[in-house]
Design a binder for this molecule. Structure first.
Ligand SMILES: Nc1ncnc2c1ncn2[C@@H]1O[C@H](COP(=O)(O)OP(=O)(O)OP(=O)(O)O)[C@@H](O)[C@H]1O
Length: 620
């Protein structure tokens, strides 16, 4: 994130840029904005007329003690007040409605963009901070683009009316009091810079606090297991300290600014009363005129003050805008091809997957993670990709799903380079089963049904049976209607994995990409998901990325990656006969007791049968 010193442009320029960038989002609501401004103008006009009627009342009814002179201006005053109230109510309600619509639209826009950003963006930005940007910063920008604009226009009109009326009443006195206006302006300018910096510090600290709380809640089990509660509390205390200091400075500065304006206003009012007393004693002014004049000048201060406040709002909004623009200006690593480049293909692919001489490095990291890598897999085939940690296996999955494009070479589906297919179509044809099961905060039924649009209950039950999940689901307190949530312990890792398999069954894509499907599962749980996985793999192109070589015995082909290069390829039995990395990896694996389904390379039975060499673990 940029620090204040690193921002290349001055504040007013950044405010202008922010306004220009976010203004288009008001499209469709601009006529409502105009209506809000019109209402505010009518309300200010009503206020002006009311003050003039008040002067009439003072001079004609109060000073002369004439009741008959009371009724007419009083009636008019009441009528004007009612009109002002109705218009004020309409304008303010409409203003709030328009402002909230803007917030909803802006948040949706940033959220949609955020969802297109590549994985490395989320590795570089803390989740809590991003949440803060979508909430607090979005609100701050609304204050600039909608409320701020309406307020600015309204304020200018109010100043125009009240100053105009004061000038009409006594132009010489009015000019004398207007001399004080630059004082207000200079005071605001003096404070704006410092308040902006404090506002930015406060926003950043808000983001940091949300991040710490969010990270701690996500890792609460680990925190407790490692007795890290104190460290987490210290972390929160540190961030809260930063926020506290920024908030206190901000409150102090704001208060100082407000009180200073108060003193300036009092000075001006006293000056008017002094001048007025002089004028009345010389017979050049009536009491009613003086009171009305003082009222106009008094009414001028809030809009003048608003203009100053507006500067502060702009300041806070610019800090928020900078943070949101960081998201909006981050480019997705991949985009849909232009329509002219899309290769027309059937919506459902056959499922032939291919990588041709793929070389790839992550943005911002020059090290090549995949080097001249090629392979292909066809429907009905099971390809296991293994290798040491950091060899590039998960990167390959990211390229197959087109989270990134290769530097050279190509990834193809049914012979078509994936960058010539619409992203949604490509991803519809590939089911990814990641290491961590995606859990939606919803019922088990909805979690499975999310695999396919309009899935019926029968479809869900059918998929759950095939995934060997039906029995444990019906044993849950509310069966398929049991609500599960990310991070809850209602289901074990193996059960969650079977829910994910049921979802994948429903999804029914021709290509299946499994990333470490048995990670985090004990041996028995891992065995339990093998049968449903095999059912899921039937007839599909299945690519399994794994360290768990128990799955390799099932594979039609095993690819061994090392430092981004394909170093071995063949069946499990063929690779065992070679003294290469595969044999080393298998040798390094701990043997599993109580079930002995992980025979070592030295085991001749394994050489012919496979690492998961029990008869029932073979594919049909
Ligand atoms: N977003 C990223 N930005 C930069 N480098 C990355 C990124 N993700 C992964 N890498 C690097 O790419 C290399 C390959 O990572 P990858 O996750 O593909 O390995 P892997 O074989 O799947 O490892 P593991 O078996 O431990 O999951 C590693 O050196 C890793 O540090």
């Amino acid at each position: 994130m940029l620090t204040e010193q690193q921002y290349p442009y001055p504040q007013h320029f950044r405010a202008k840029v922010a306004f220009q960038r976010f203004w288009p989002l008001t499209k469709g609501d601009r006529r409502w904005l105009v209506s809000v401004v019109l209402c505010a103008i009518v309300a200010a006009l009503a206020e002006t007329v009311a003050i003039l009627l008040f002067a009439q009342l003072t001079d004609n009814a109060l000073q002369k003690g004439s009741v008959s002179a009371f009724w007419s201006p009083a009636g008019k005053w009441l009528a004007v007040a009612v009109v002002g109230a109705v218009v004020g109510y309409l304008g303010n309600s409409l203003g709030a409605w328009t402002a909230e619509r803007f917030v909803v639209r802006l948040r949706a826009r940033v959220f949609a963009h955020l969802q297109k950003l590549p994985p490395h963006f989320f590795q570089r930005n803390r989740r809590g901070d991003l949440v803060e940007r979508l909430t607090g910063d979005v609100d701050a920008i609304e204050q600039l683009v909608v409320s701020g604009l309406v307020q600015a226009v309204t304020t200018l009109f109010s100043i125009f009316f009240y100053a105009g009326a004061a000038l009409l009443l006594r132009w010489d006195l009015a000019l004398a009091t207007f001399v004080a206006a630059p004082l207000f302006w200079a005071t605001t300018r003096r404070f704006a810079g410092r308040l902006q910096e404090v506002a930015r510090r406060e926003r950043r600290a808000d983001g940091a606090i949300t991040s710490v709380v969010e990270e701690t809640l996500v890792n609460v089990v680990l925190t407790q297991a490692y007795n890290r509660q104190r460290d987490e509390e210290d972390r929160l205390r540190r961030e809260s300290g930063t926020w506290f200091r920024a908030s206190v400075v901000s409150a102090r500065l704001n208060e100082f600014y407000a009180q200073l304006l108060e003193v300036l206003e009092t000075l001006c009012v006293l000056a008017i009363i002094g001048l007025g007393a002089w004028e009345i004693s010389a017979g050049r002014m009536t009491l009613g005129q003086l009171l009305a004049f003082a009222a106009f000048i008094g009414y001028l201060y809030p809009p003048l003050r608003n203009l100053g406040q507006l500067g502060l709002t702009v300041t806070a909004a610019t800090a928020g805008a900078d943070r949101l623009l960081e998201i909006l200006d981050a480019r997705p690593a991949v985009t849909d091809p232009p329509p002219s480049e899309v290769v027309p293909t059937p919506a459902r692919a056959i499922g032939k997957v291919e990588a041709r001489q793929v070389t790839f490095h992550y943005p911002g990291n020059p090290t090549e993670v995949l080097k001249d890598f090629s392979f292909s897999a066809v429907p009905g085939e099971l390809v296991v990709i293994t290798g040491p940690s950091g060899a590039g296996k998960s990167t390959l999955a990211a390229l197959l799903l087109r989270f990134y494009d290769p530097d050279t070479g190509s990834i193809r589906l049914d012979g078509v380079p994936v960058n010539r297919l619409p992203l949604a179509q490509l991803r519809r044809n590939i089911t990814l089963l990641p290491q961590e099961t995606l859990v939606l905060h919803d019922t088990v039924e909805e979690n499975i049904a999310s695999g396919r649009a309009h899935a019926t209950h029968e479809d869900v039950v059918h998929a759950a049976r095939a995934a060997d999940a039906h029995d444990f689901i019906t044993a849950l307190p509310d069966g398929y209607r049991t609500v599960i949530a990310p991070g809850t312990a209602r289901l074990s890792g193996g059960q969650l994995q079977r829910v994910a398999i049921a979802r994948a069954m429903l999804r029914d894509a021709p290509v299946l990409l499994l990333d470490e499907p048995t990670t985090g599962l004990d041996h028995l749980a891992a065995q339990r998901i093998l049968a449903p996985l095999r059912r899921l793999a039937e007839g599909r192109t299945t690519i399994v990325i794994t360290h768990d070589l128990a799955l390799a015995g099932d594979a039609d082909r095993v690819l061994v990656l090392d430092e981004g290069r394909l170093v071995q390829s063949g069946t499990h039995a063929q690779l065992l006969r070679q003294s290469g990395l595969y044999a080393t990896l298998l040798e390094a694996r701990p043997a599993v007791r109580n079930g002995a389904v992980h025979p070592r390379a030295a085991d001749p039975a394994a050489a012919s049968g496979g690492p998961g060499g029990t008869p029932d673990s073979r594919r049909p």
